[in-house]
Design a protein around this ligand. Structure first.
Ligand code: SF4
Length: 151
């Protein structure tokens, strides 16, 4: 890994830029993710930045189940994120379809469409578990090794 990649991966670990996409959740998990930004959890103290553009994102947080209407959007968001990138599926719906699993248009969890690095269970997932999931996802950007180079 060249010095530029080492520096950018260090920046990703120290200040991950995070994109959140709600596939089709009930908003329960989305509210818990928003709670991470409040002074109580204050995710920004870890350097995390909430972004709205996939071209700027290192980590994709996905809530809700994947269905026929949002599958292509999810795939496109993932495609537009630069490598290396990490995906965190948040909540039972994002893991497996959850309570919507048997709905006529639901395809299932996020990993039916894009690769998932970390699965955060719960209905809803708690802010603490979301923070844990993001921190685990940052391992993908290495510890000064070659991790994340070809992700
Ligand atoms: S896991 Fe539960 S809280 Fe989260 S989106 Fe699904 S139904 Fe809502």
């Amino acid at each position: 890994m060249n010095i530029f990649k080492k520096i950018t991966n260090l920046a990703r670990r120290k200040s991950p830029w995070i994109l959140h996409y709600d596939c089709s959740s009930c908003n329960g998990c989305d509210i818990e993710i928003l709670a991470c930004l409040t002074p109580l959890y204050d995710v920004e103290r870890f350097g995390a930045v909430n972004v709205g553009n996939p071209l700027h994102a290192d980590v994709l947080l996905v809530t809700g189940s994947v269905n026929l209407r949002n599958a292509d959007v999810l795939k496109e968001l993932y495609r537009q994120m630069p490598d290396p990138k990490a995906v965190v599926a948040v909540g039972a719906c994002a893991l497996s379809g959850g309570v919507f699993h048997d709905a006529y248009n639901v395809l299932g969890g996020v990993d039916k469409i894009i690769p998932v690095d970390v699965y955060v269970p719960g209905c809803p997932a708690t802010p603490e578990s979301v923070l844990d999931g993001v921190i685990m996802a940052l391992d993908k950007f290495g510890h000064g090794s070659n991790q994340g180079e070809n992700a």
